[in-house]
Structures are given as structure tokens and as C-alpha cells.
Write a protein that binds this ligand. Structure first.
Ligand code: NAP
Length: 286
């Protein structure tokens, strides 16, 4: 297929690469041009100087940028150039509201829209093992699903436009609670004089097991946070969650508390630390 990908960050760079390796004709755009040049040198696709130039003549326009206003800016420009019948696939973690707003604008241009946030982190993007949660028309979803396969471990249409972003919010609520639980568990284990590695061996095959425990326990025990999913991004995501909860009436007492804990981690200098750094509030890193 003829496709464009905008936003070659930690996630977008490898995702666009998987599309090129699968044989699609990929044009990329990145706000900071040298990343796009580096991408083209790695994967051999075409670099566009503007979003509109990237959007010209493509069947599918994908993006993975920062937050709501970035999505508005990029999709707004893409819609000035996309041909009738094209589809926009937004992999950014953004609000359900911006998805609905941009889907309506896209429909006015006879362009389809799918909100398609991802889970699986940098490793998932690099290894082509992302979970994708989609919102949009069934026919739009069916058309793009095969295209996304090279970087997909699991994909599901959750409902109308916005349902993908709402599902990603559920994902982030789970993660916040899990990581705070791990932070308190490790803190307690150390205070109790237990060996953290031994505790992991003992409890990680039982009911306390989780992806976060398997992948973050050891680094948390070492106070190592200079990798992974940044606290700034998590606060952006929890902000979306809490705004949506204020609208739908859900009570998220612990999530709101943990969002405040992440603000404390930011104040400790941890804006780019991995989300497992909730433990740093209790035990400052070495
Ligand atoms: P990142 O490394 O900061 O990359 C963001 C990309 O978006 C960069 O290429 C940036 O361009 C571009 N961008 C931002 N605002 C833009 C704008 N207004 N116009 C044009 N380009 C713009 O971020 P990331 O880690 O890839 O994350 C991207 C999205 O995926 C976020 O919504 C994040 O929450 C979500 N996500 C991330 C992870 C993860 O583990 N990293 C996991 C799941 C979901 P420049 O190069 O010019 O800055």
C-alpha cells in the first residue's frame, strides 16, 4: 500500500520501519528533520518536508505524536492533502474527544479515521509485538488491520471512534495501581530485611504475578529508572483518564492519588524516568 507515517519518535520510528520492511511504499514526516533522514537511511523510504506533502496520494496516513494538540495539528494539515477514501490511523495516546472531533472533520473530507493507541512500549514497537486498541467504523478497521499486522501482537476494534482511547485509559488505570503496589511491596520487603530477588522467586509464580513484576521488579530493586515509559507521558495519560472519569462519573480514588505521587517523582527530577520510579518517592535512587 502507499502509506505515510508522521512522528518518528521512540514508537513511530520502529513502527514505520516495520511497514517499510513489509514492502509498503512508505513516506515519512518528522518535525525534526534529521530523525526522518536517519529513518530513510535505515529503511529506504521517502522523506516529506511537510505533513501535507507526506499525505498526498496515500491510501493510509498513520501518526504517533505526543498529545491532543499535536494530533490536531498533524491531522488538520494531513486533511488538506489526503485523497478521498483515504484513512487516518492515529496511534498517539490522546483523548477520546479529540478522536471524535477529528473523525468528524475527516468525514467532511470523505476520509476515514481510526483511533488506535498502542501498548507494549519501545520493546513492543521494535519487536513488532504491540497491542492495539481501535475505535472506528468496522469497514475502516477491516481495511487497515492487515496493514498493521507487521507490528501487532493483538488488535481489537472496541467500538465507535474514541473507544480505542477509552480502552487505553483502562490499561493505564491498571498500570498505575500495579506499579504503586510493586513500589510498596519492595519497600516493605527491604524494611522487613528480606532479599528482594528471593521474594521475587517466591511470589512471581503465584497470584501476585504481573508483567510489571516480571519486567520491573529487578530494576526497581536496584533503583534504576533511566529507561522505559517516561513519567511525563504517564501523567499526560492519567490526566486524560481523570478528565474522562469526571465526565462519566467513575470513582478513581487510587488513580488520582497515584497521579499525585507521579507529580512528586517529577519534582524529584524524574520527568523522563520510567513509570516504575514510584518507588523513588519512598527510596531516592542511588
Ligand atoms: P517521542 O519519542 O517523544 O516521539 C514523539 C514524536 O512526535 C516525535 O517524532 C515528535 O517530533 C513528534 N511530534 C510531537 N508533537 C508534534 C507536532 N505538534 N507536530 C509534528 N510532530 C510532532 O514519543 P513516543 O514515546 O514515541 O510516544 C508517542 C505517543 O505514543 C505518545 O502519545 C505516547 O503517550 C504514546 N505511547 C508511548 C509509549 C512508549 O513506551 N514510549 C508506549 C505506548 C504509547 P520531534 O522529533 O520533532 O520531537
Amino acid at each position: 500500500m502507499r502509506v505515510a507515517f508522521a512522528g518518528l519518535g521512540v514508537m513511530g520510528f520502529p513502527m514505520a520501519g516495520h511497514l517499510a520492511r513489509a514492502g509498503h511504499e512508505v513516506t515519512v514526516f518528522n518535525r525534526t528533520p534529521d530523525k526522518a533522514e536517519r529513518w530513510a537511511a535505515t529503511y529506504g523510504g521517502r522523506v516529506a518536508q511537510t505533513v501535507a506533502e507526506a499525505a498526498q496520494g496515500v491510501e493510509v496516513f498513520l501518526l504517533c505524536v505526543g498529545a491532543d494538540d499535536d494530533v490536531r495539528q498533524v491531522v488538520g494539515e494531513a486533511l488538506t492533502a489526503l485523497p478521498t477514501g483515504a484513512i487516518v490511523v492515529d496511534h498517539t495516546t490522546a483523548s477520546a474527544e479529540v478522536a471524535r472531533e477529528l473523525a468528524a472533520k475527516a468525514a467532511d473530507c470523505d476520509v476515514g479515521f481510526l483511533d488506535a493507541p498502542v501498548s507494549g512500549g519501545q520493546a513492543g514497537a521494535e519487536n513488532g509485538q504491540l497491542t492495539i486498541m481501535c475505535g472506528g467504523e468496522p469497514a475502516t478497521f477491516d481495511k487497515v488491520q492487515p496493514l498493521l499486522a507487521p507490528y501487532t501482537k493483538a488488535i481489537r476494534r472496541m467500538g465507535d471512534v474514541g473507544a480505542g482511547q477509552l480502552t487505553k485509559m483502562v490499561n493505564q488505570i491498571c498500570i498505575a495501581g500495579l506499579v504503586q503496589g510493586l513500589a510498596e511491596a519492595l519497600h516493605f520487603a527491604k524494611r522487613a530485611g528480606l532479599d528482594p530477588a528471593g521474594v521475587y522467586e517466591a511470589i512471581s509464580k503465584g497470584a501476585a504475578q504481573s508483567w510489571q513484576m516480571d519486567n520491573r521488579w529487578a530494576t526497581m530493586a536496584e533503583g534504576k529508572y533511566d529507561f522505559g515509559f517516561a513519567v511525563d507521558w504517564m501523567r499526560k495519560d492519567l490526566g486524560l483518564v481523570l478528565e474522562e472519569a469526571a465526565r462519566n462519573g467513575a470513582r478513581l480514588d487510587a488513580t488520582a492519588l497515584i497521579d499525585g505521587y507521579y507529580a512528586e517523582v517529577q519534582a524529584l527530577g524524574g520527568r523522563r524516568w520510567d513509570t516504575s520510579s514510584l518507588l523513588a518517592r519512598l527510596e531516592p535512587p542511588k
